[in-house]
Design a protein around this ligand. Sequence first.
Ligand code: ADP
Ligand code: ASP
Ligand code: MG
Length: 392
Amino acid sequence: MNVVVQKYGGSSVADVEKVRKVAERVAAARRDGRRVCVVVSAMGKTTDELLALARRVSESPARRELDMLLTAGERISMALLAMALEDLGVPAVSFTGSQAGILTDEMHASARIVEVRPVRVWEELDRGRVVIVAGFQGVSPRKEVTTLGRGGSDTTAVALAASLGADCEIYSDVDGVYTADPRVVTTPRRLDEISYEEMQELARAGAKVLNAEAVEFAREKGIAIHARATSGSTAETVVRGRTAPGARVAGVTSQKGLALVEVPWGGLGAALRALSRRGATPSDLLAHGGRALAVIPLDNVHEWAAARGELVAAVPDAAVDDRDAGSVSVVGARAGAGMVQEVLDALREVGEEPRALLATSLRVTAYCAAARAPEAVRVLHRRLVEEAPASP
Ligand code: ADP
Ligand code: ASP
Ligand code: MG
């Protein structure tokens, strides 16, 4: 009997009614003759609420304690889903990341999975039970509870699927990956297929529909990811394979919540050391003409106030822009240097000067005010996708 890993995100288990709906879907997969391992996220906005709760106690909470707090979110949904399945007559058991054998490094708040030992998962699947695993969490060699970074339940699902030799289905409130966030652009196109590389670039540049580390993991293990909607549509996007050469723009995306840290070249090493002590690592690094710019996504940096203070103490010349820094990116084989002018034009049209610009073979990113970025996405999407011939 083949095994499937199905992952349900926060919006899919946002309330009790939705938990029951997910239970019905899981029961149906089991009736189809599949052995099902389910990965769940915390209900709705629970993780944000727990973070806000921590902030009310401390401005720079310790990452270890935050991990203890945040992992509670996924424990709630896993237990509720197990109860809902039992009520449908489906035998089910829930496991924390640690119980499921998700072994990580020690990096609290953005741990990496180093190994999966799903001994108990196999035992329970063999007994005919549905196994529910708390996403986003693992355990370090020192038996510390860790989390994988925001959106990390996707990574749990891919890692488990790789280890179980299972199919990997990721369910959310959209029926796949679109050329832009449907919340930003009214008529984006759904992609039937997207390469690992393109999806990684899109996710890193802010398209949170799939987690970038999850895609990286899938690429390394050769696992296809099926991105689907929990309710309604039967459409999907499959993430697999290499980027086809050619003229396609895979997507346009924006990102907010960045810190742009500019330092004199000679201070770069000291700046990066100060930042990394507080869990802040750059997603992009640009350096030229004696100055360096480090781009720090802040979603997994929970001690930013302390990090910024220590950075300025270590490198007094550092200039930090963390109030409204964001970016807009175009991703795909047609992106890269050929798109630079398009991106500059779009930003100008929305009244914005880029603070920095980066072009690789698959992506152009302009750093700008986060508040203006969605508008620039709409302009670019109209020009590069809506007014361009349909791409495969
Ligand atoms: P979950 O809670 O299930 O993990 P997420 O909120 O992480 O779901 O991801 C789904 C959301 O991703 C959608 O609601 C959508 O607004 C957003 N999104 C951003 N970029 C894209 C894109 N290019 N295609 C589809 N959805 C996108
Ligand atoms: N609950 C976690 C988050 O909100 C993990 C996830 O949803 O994947 O980031
Ligand atoms: Mg997600």
